[in-house]
Ligand binder design. Structure first.
Ligand code: MN3
Length: 211
């Protein structure tokens, strides 16, 4: 199946690829059920609803819509930004987590992290800080610039795709991603989350994205 950013209307919820309990204890089963089955499904449904009567936009890919929001009519621009962003962000998110817990970066990704950040721990610290400091709901993303890795947070369901940039990976810092288990302790969730990041999936995405 084509990458979600390359798909067009109508959109559908992607399979998780693993069971709801696969990421325990880092991400609890109920959070996964609600996050994938309810929150992500709602983004998909609301995106389809917004675009339903705009048949001229049905041939555009989601990446094209999110990368040229100015060309989306005023009446649905916010809905496309929020729900389209929600759909691509969550599709990426499910795909870069794995039950192969606790693996570590290897090869090119490990090398650029050491080169640019000094160590994996320092890289994680900067990423976690950016996620913790995002006021309210949002994401913390890593993007590839040349061969380097850049860390930046984004509010709501915004995505680097607004600037035509596909994220390497990112973590969801909306309360719905962690509140049942971590309550108000977002930094604890950010710290624990590295246990379920699938560095093999990250390495594949890096090979595709680097300039
Ligand atoms: Mn979410």
């Amino acid at each position: 199946m084509a990458d979600v950013k390359d798909q067009n209307y109508p959109y559908s919820l992607p399979e998780l690829g693993y069971d709801h309990d696969a990421l325990e204890p880092v991400i609890d089963t109920q959070t996964m059920q609600l996050h994938h089955g309810k929150h992500h499904q709602a983004y998909v449904d609301n995106l389809n609803k917004a675009l339903e009567s705009h048949t001229d936009l049905h041939s555009k890919t989601l990446g094209e819509l999110l990368g040229s929001l100015d060309s989306v009519p005023d009446a649905i621009r916010g809905a496309v930004r929020n729900n389209g962003g929600g759909h691509v962000n969550h599709s990426m998110f499910w795909g870069i987590m794995s039950l192969e817990k606790g693996n570590e970066p290897t090869g090119d990704v490990a090398d650029v992290i050491t080169r640019d950040y000094g160590s994996l721990d320092d890289f994680k610290t900067q990423f976690n800080d950016a996620g913790a400091k995002q006021f309210g709901s949002g994401w913390v993303f890593v993007t590839v610039e040349g061969d380097a890795l850049k860390i930046a947070s984004a509010p709501n369901q915004d995505t680097p795709l607004h600037k035509g940039v596909e994220p390497l990976f990112g973590n969801d810092v909306w309360e719905h991603a962690y509140y049942l288990k971590y309550n108000n302790r977002r930094p604890d969730y950010l710290k624990a989350w590295w246990e379920v990041l699938d560095w093999e999936a990250v390495a594949e995405r890096y090979a595709k994205l680097k300039g």
